[in-house]
Design a protein around this ligand. Structure first.
Ligand SMILES: Cc1ncc(COP(=O)(O)O)c(C=O)c1O
Length: 394
């Protein structure tokens, strides 16, 4: 585990680690997907080239080495979130993690979601046949846990909330949510997609039952993510195939213990090694330092946006790394297109959160989101670009 070196953020040299960050380009869409540091690119190139072989099957040395590397990646990623390796299942991403729980859970009953959830924490529950209830938000756009406490009944067997909203940046008090869910006998699934890259996460301390996240938002590759749970053994297998079995006959099949039983087929070997390299990269700076860095960028951007009469800001003051806004009389897509002409990349749209858009009374918002490489120049470029939008539409 590397020792954290937060000074790299202060010195501003971190951008040189990211070949995707071309000069003059202001990337403010890290909540959609993070740019990749060279260390992650190198790890995936080596895993796909020099070191490539399958895992868990080969009797030859290269495959045995790759199996060790794949399982070491699991240990590395587990340690990063305070977990035991056997409780970490590799999946394609948060979407697949939530589908896995929604479909394989033996008691598909009532689930309490919140108004701010990403579609990937709504649709799987609907498709798998759960009865969905919705928890409202506080005035500043956080999940209203007082309301959750009143809404929950012993009929609920699941609560599924985002740790950080991908639209509003609202952070959740997970420990409190866990207490509220457990009091009525429900389990708590946390969608940690936007939290893991920007907040220190220790699943043991959080007290939730399931924690899901995607590697590509944590500076790792696409096609890999994590479902953590200390009750994986209570879930029956979800997808069947090679690797997840103990013994197969035409009459009866028995399954491998978790987490292997959830990893049917040849796994995302290259991506798992890439994600472990991403975890090394993030820990080399320190998640606490990344959080502090993003907090200061959010404060600066929110303050400058608040000075503009044309702008409506959404989400709480303490939003984690993400700022959503709209401009009077201008569609967010037009904002995004004009900003792009000045080399500023933001996200404009419903952010896969249509129920939240309906709640906010808008079809879409503009969203700027920060990462480890974001800096004051990016904020200044966004503010200059918005002045240009105002001139064009003014
Ligand atoms: C809060 C949240 N949950 C879930 C997802 C889905 O992640 P993925 O598409 O990587 O599965 C996202 C992606 O934007 C997200 O922001």
């Amino acid at each position: 585990m590397p020792s954290p070196n937060p000074s790299r953020l202060r010195e501003g040299d971190i951008r040189s680690d990211f070949p995707g960050l071309t000069r003059g380009w202001h990337y403010l869409d890290t909540a959609a997907t993070a740019q990749k540091p060279q260390a992650v690119i190198d790890a995936t190139v080596n895993a796909m080239g020099r070191d490539y072989a399958t895992v868990h099957r080969g009797v030859y040395a290269r495959s045995a080495d790759m199996t060790l590397a794949y399982e070491a990646a699991r240990r590395r990623i587990a340690a990063f979130i305070g977990a035991r390796e056997n409780n970490v299942t590799f999946v394609r991403g948060a979407t697949e993690a939530i589908n896995l729980v929604a479909y394989s859970h033996p008691k598909k009953g009532r689930v309490l979601l919140s108004m701010l959830e990403h579609h990937s924490n709504i649709v799987p529950w609907q498709l798998a046949g759960w009865q969905v209830d919705v928890c409202p938000l506080t005035a500043d756009g956080c999940i209203d846990l007082d309301a959750a406490e009143k809404l929950l009944t012993p009929e609920h067997n699941m609560v599924a909330f985002a740790h950080v909203s991908n639209v509003l940046g609202s952070p959740l008090d997970v420990a409190r949510a866990a207490g509220i869910a457990h009091r009525v006998g429900a389990e708590l699934l946390i969608d940690g997609c936007q939290a893991v890259p920007r907040l220190p996460v220790d699943v043991a301390a959080l007290g939730c039952d399931y924690y899901a996240f995607s590697g590509h938002k944590l500076y790792g590759p696409t096609g890999i993510g994590v479902l953590w749970s200390d009750k994986l053994d209570t879930l029956p297998p979800w997808q069947g195939g090679g690797s997840m079995i103990d013994r197969v006959t035409f009459e009866r099949t028995t399954y491998a213990p978790a987490p292997t039983r959830f990893e049917a087929g040849t796994p995302a070997i290259v991506e798992a090694l890439g994600l472990a390299a991403a975890v090394d990269f993030v820990e080399g700076i320190g998640v606490g330092a990344i959080h502090a860095h993003e907090v200061s960028l959010v404060a600066s951007l929110r303050e400058q946006l608040a000075r503009k009469n044309s702008i409506t800001l959404y989400g709480p003051e303490n939003s984690a790394g993400i700022v959503s806004f709209s401009m009077a009389g201008v569609h967010p897509h037009d904002i995004g297109t004009i900003l792009d002409e000045s080399g500023v990349a933001i996200r404009a749209g419903h952010h896969c959160a249509q129920p939240l858009m309906e709640h906010l009374g808008v079809p879409a918002t503009a969203r700027a989101s920060f990462g480890v490489y974001s800096n004051d120049d990016d904020v200044a470029a966004l503010i200059d670009g918005l002045a240009r939008v105002e001139r064009i539409f003014g």
